[in-house]
Ligand binder design. Sequence first.
Ligand code: AHN
Ligand code: ZN
Length: 347
Amino acid sequence: MKPSIKNSLLSFSLPLLLLGACGGGSGQNASGTASNKAGSAAKQTAAATKADLQTPNFVADSAYHYVAQQVAFGPRVPNTPAHLACADYLAAKLRDFGAEVIVQEAEVRAFDNTRLQIRNIVGQFQPEKSNRIMLYAHWDSRPFADYDPDPARRNEAILGANDGASGVGVLLEIARQLGQHPTHPGIDIIFFDAEDYGQPDHLDLPYQPDTWALGSQYWGKNPHKRDYYARFGILLDMVGAPNAQFYREQYSLQMAPRLVDHIWGIAGELGYGNQFNYNKGGMIVDDHVYVYQHRQIPSVNIIQYEPTSATSFGHYWHTHKDTMDNIDKGTLKAVGQTVLEVIYREK
Ligand code: AHN
Ligand code: ZN
């Protein structure tokens, strides 16, 4: 009935619940009251002298354009020319916006043993700073349409306007802002590859763990910089559909409960309480799980959840309906402005 959730529960066995008690370090603004009280007076003064920054305006038209540009390449499936062309486009955009870019190339094995040539694309803003936050999304699109109503088209790759391109489009607009208005922490924008090459649901294959999020699994074991660490991460996945709702995803609640509440609180303050639903969502195996598993970076997944739909995502999910018709500027704006507000408040 809800295959993705079922798979998630089966495929994840880390003792995240134990770590929930530690709270998972989130931002100072999100979690810093205790450490401020305990910290030295000098430290408090230093923190207090850091000026509040004005949060820039997230331009939804611009994000929408970046989504459309990705979709125009066609499906971005590893080992295809469109995939390579889109990788070059994304790296060039990040460089244009002033990031120092590292493109990580690797070969990984898919569920069916296909060798995939993948690229994780990292845009570093203020790379000299050790105080860092990472924002990430997957940039590949799914090679299958498991839930397409037409069985004959289920082995065709999807366009992934929402599932893939939307998160990247929002992050490109954030990158554009970061190039013009620096934040206090350094920011890394990471586009992970091969998130959506997981074992298909329409073929009755025996269960295998860890077939999703191949790019972030590789990066987690081989980060772009030795011993890379960020105080926290935010993952954007399917952040552009009309009327999308973002529930509090349960792995995020386990690894970074205060950060979840901080983000949902800011969304409410900004007037996006209708999109950021405070109810608990699914337990979704996605890039954030591996970022935490391998690098211990507590992360929050902002992901569309629709408990009444058959898959618990949207009706378009993993179908050929995931086109630009499935992208809404209001949804991009709600997510983009919320994430901007979070990072510009960080000290
Ligand atoms: C699973 O279906 C196991 N996870 C959902 C992650 C995903 C797929 N996000 C986008 N497409
Ligand atoms: Zn997907």
